[in-house]
Write a protein that binds this ligand. Structure first.
Ligand code: GLP
Length: 244
């Protein structure tokens, strides 16, 4: 029960209570938690206090609400290590999830200035552009626009179905392109309209926006990607060591 004389604000006490119940499995994934009214009665607080706690938990991706139905426990975030270079498909397989994609666009196009610079090719040189919504167990979790130097993988779009195949697996098996390392930046922002549509998300969704250039064994750039990962479904972790 809420401690009204505690220095910890009431809405934070309610957040902690809900989190703990989720951690201990009292409130299970995709199950409804007690209503705003029930929580307000239970903690002897007004509904605005409960609503503040629930809104923050929703923003953090811990719960989600369904209009007219209530508040539900969200599935745990996908916890992705940043120290190894993996493909989306490998990441999903490693978690026991089914990887798939919805291909929004697949074409050979002249590289724009940005892609050309990243790939160290002349602007206008051909790149394979692959724009996909990435799905984990049929749920959209990321939106990725990849640019791959076309001369390195002739015919790739004619012979493959990237709604179910892995780009990295095809590049390796058929074109002997071994992705070895990548330079990557991560920025936070709110989802734009196109991202919200593709990711079937509501307004205010936080996005982890990633830009990556991936290199092969010979230090040649192969792929330039811009990805929008759902901030409510992903968290990244890394191991840090003291500098020698
Ligand atoms: C990750 C990377 C992308 C890469 C993709 C390949 O999502 N962020 O840069 O293009 O993996 O995934 P797949 O081989 O499953 O198509």
């Amino acid at each position: 029960m809420a401690k009204h004389d505690s220095p910890v604000p009431l809405y934070l006490q309610i957040k902690d209570y809900i989190r703990l119940n989720i951690q201990h499995g009292v409130f299970a994934v995709n199950e409804r938690i007690p209503s705003e009214r029930q929580l307000a009665d239970q903690f002897s607080v007004n509904r605005l206090t409960v609503s503040k706690a629930l809104n923050e938990l929703a923003q953090e991706g811990v719960v989600y609400s369904q209009v007219g139905k209530g508040t539900y426990v969200a599935p745990a975030k996908i916890d992705q290590a940043l120290q190894s270079l993996t493909s989306f498909t490998q990441d999903m397989i490693g978690r026991g999830k089914r990887a798939a994609s919805r291909v929004l666009h697949a074409a050979i196009e002249p590289a724009n200035t940005e892609a050309a610079k990243a790939l160290m090719i002349l602007p206008g040189a051909e790149v394979v552009v692959l724009h996909r919504v990435r799905m984990a167990d049929d749920q959209p979790v990321a939106l990725e626009r990849s640019h791959v130097i076309s001369a390195l993988c002739p015919g790739i779009l004619d012979n493959h179905d990237f709604s179910r195949e892995s780009l990295y697996a095809v590049l390796k098996a058929e074109y002997h392109l071994h992705m070895t390392y990548a330079h990557q930046t991560i920025e936070a922002r709110k989802a734009g309209e196109a991202e919200r549509d593709a990711l079937e998300a509501e307004s205010g969704l936080p996005i982890l926006f990633i830009t990556r250039v991936t290199y092969d064994l010979n230090d040649h750039p192969v792929e330039y990607v811009r990805s929008s990962y759902r901030g409510d479904r992903y968290k990244f972790y890394t191991i840090l060591r003291t500098a020698e």
